[in-house]
Design a protein around this ligand. Structure first.
Ligand SMILES: [Zn+2]
Length: 287
């Protein structure tokens, strides 16, 4: 059985902490280095539901994409939401390790997993990491489709392949436009609009798109058919859990560790229901 410190050393080779953004908080949050690890759970969010899932599963290590504490704190009292998480982890001997922006830019990383879930062929990073001489690491991915799809078909594919959420997929642009190339970025992607425009792709699939940035992006795209596809943040990052679990599984086999590696089945998207509009479309109404 490997010790926690050995498993974490391996995770650090996949997602080195020094490749995280300066504002990020990655690495081990809770854990006893000498503790033996037999079972690992991967999840997007370090929330009570996924921690409870780890405890129920008998996992010794929970690896999440999102940090528990992004800023400093003065309390881990169990009366606080995050303090309760810390207490549950320690009381049940479950370690917590975070790979966030260092997993986003890794090769393979979060957006490779998103592209893979949609059967998109990755061509290059959308924003290459300047410190990578091979140009394989970076934020987002520019991808090609083996066969062109309409925006509507691509949205349907995303809705069918990503885990189910109340939101589904929202589309901006002509649903019948043909898509041959698509940029993808797991998580919030509206800071990447300039790079998406420069990439000359037909569509951009990401999450958390807001009214003003999306409106301005659509207005500025001139005559390009560029469409936006907006999925739930959690759903765009969940495929990484499967990719990361497979990576650790393979390493465990190589070391003869016999780790049991699991992927969380808990939906931690905060949105739980969706009502399609049923009011009259006001655009055709007489003034
Ligand atoms: Zn995220």
């Amino acid at each position: 059985m490997p010790r926690l410190s050995e498993v974490i050393a391996v995770l650090e080779t996949l997602w080195p902490a020094e490749r995280a953004e300066s504002w990020d908080a990655v690495g081990t949050v809770v854990g006893e280095p000498d503790q033996e690890v037999t079972r690992v759970l991967f999840a997007v969010d370090p929330v009570q539901e996924t921690v409870d899932e780890a405890v129920k599963l008998g996992a010794d290590l929970l690896v999440t994409h999102h940090p528990l504490y992004l800023r400093g704190t003065t309390t881990v009292a169990a009366s606080t939401f995050k303090g309760r998480v810390v207490h549950t982890l320690i009381k049940n001997d479950v370690a917590l390790h975070v790979a966030h922006t260092n997993a986003d830019t890794a090769d393979p990383g979060v957006s490779d997993a998103l592209a893979g879930a949609l059967d998109l062929r990755v061509v290059r990073p959308l924003v290459p990491d300047p410190t990578d001489p091979e140009g394989r690491r970076g934020l987002g991915r520019v991808c090609e489709l083996d066969h062109p799809l309409t925006v509507r078909e691509l949205a349907a594919r995303a809705a069918g392949r990503l885990p189910a959420t109340a939101q589904g997929i929202r589309v901006a642009g002509d649903p019948e436009a043909l898509v041959r190339t698509v940029a993808v970025s797991g998580g919030s992607g509206d800071s990447l609009f300039d790079q998406v425009r420069a990439a000359g792709v037909d569509a951009f699939l990401t999450a958390d798109l807001r009214h003003h940035p999306a409106s301005e992006f659509m207005a500025a795209r001139a005559h390009s058919p560029l469409a936006l596809l907006d999925a739930a943040h959690w759903a765009t990052e969940w495929p990484w859990c499967e990719l990361a679990a497979a990576q650790l599984d393979e390493i465990s086999d190589r070391h003869g560790w016999g780790l049991r590696v699991h992927v969380s089945k808990t939906v931690t998207d905060p949105w739980t229901a969706h009502a399609a509009s049923s009011a009259t479309d006001i655009s055709g109404a007489p003034n």
